[in-house]
Design a protein around this ligand. Sequence first.
Ligand code: F6P
Ligand code: MN
Length: 342
Amino acid sequence: MSNKEIVLLNQFVGEKTELHGDDPKAMLKILTAVEKASTNVHRTINKAGLEDILGAAGSENVQGEQVQKLDLFANEQFIENLKGTGYIAAIASEENEEIITLNETGEYLFATDPLDGSSNIDVNISVGTIFSVFKRTRKGTPKKEEFNRYGHEQILAGYVLYGTSTVLVYTCGHGVHSFTFDTKTNTFALTNASIKTPEKGNIFSINEGNYNTLEKGVQDYISYCKELNEKGKRTHTARFMGSLVADFHRNMLKGGIFIYPATADAPKGRLRLLYECNPIAMIAEQAGGIATWGAERLLAIKAEEIHQRTPFFTGSKEMMEKALSFLTKESEYRIQESEKIS
Ligand code: F6P
Ligand code: MN
């Protein structure tokens, strides 16, 4: 192993101020809080199976899904640590129907899915935290409507992937930076200062269990991915973990496409705009990829409510262009929505 120079997260944020927007000091505080919270989540997840932290907490969240005990633990970690910064006025979390006020004088809003894909923990598969930050446009008691913003207004977006190693990936609109958790020192060290996704790729990630409920364009794209070349070999490979952060991260690094389209059961898609798709879309674009909801750039949607869902297509440029060429404008949902946001 080489003795590579170690750059810790707080050093990187503190020194590379040009990569951290208009208020690098605030970004440092917020990212440090994310770092602390995710360190605690990492530690706790690692004890899964040894302590009584697995399984359902016995209630449902606003999406009607079983809340896992670890969802609640992760949520508390982010709330507590962000509260301590003084910078966050309110949090919109997947775990809470209403926003949570942290600090009325805070200048920023934080949206998060504190533990995405949490049912995967029971079977030892990667999960993630997804987060997004907006600057407030008003002062005073935070209101839920303040989160009704365009995705392109995000000033900080990122995720933590609790995988074979724990990785924190974020952007403030000046490239994508990744840090890996060092379990010996309990710190996050820089592993890639500027991630770029390959323009081409061959991984397609979609839950094919939904195949018969998908619009024809998406079905046709899936069939296209399954075509063989002239030598009879496959042209694409399918990967779907059911853990958005893990699926996206792999595709970003290797080249691929992730699709969670509208389905018959979920005509507006399954994933949430504010705290799942928006942050991933900002990372995707900053890495040189594309993210849309089917007809237009995802970051051009203005949220209408904090738990809003959206269809989601994201990935490498060439694969995305190909996939979008299969989508007709026939989808009623897309036409209605594109009228709304234009
Ligand atoms: O919270 C959403 C999520 O858990 C994502 O991580 C994942 O991509 C998706 O749901 C999987 O959904 P499904 O089980 O419908 O394929
Ligand atoms: Mn989720």
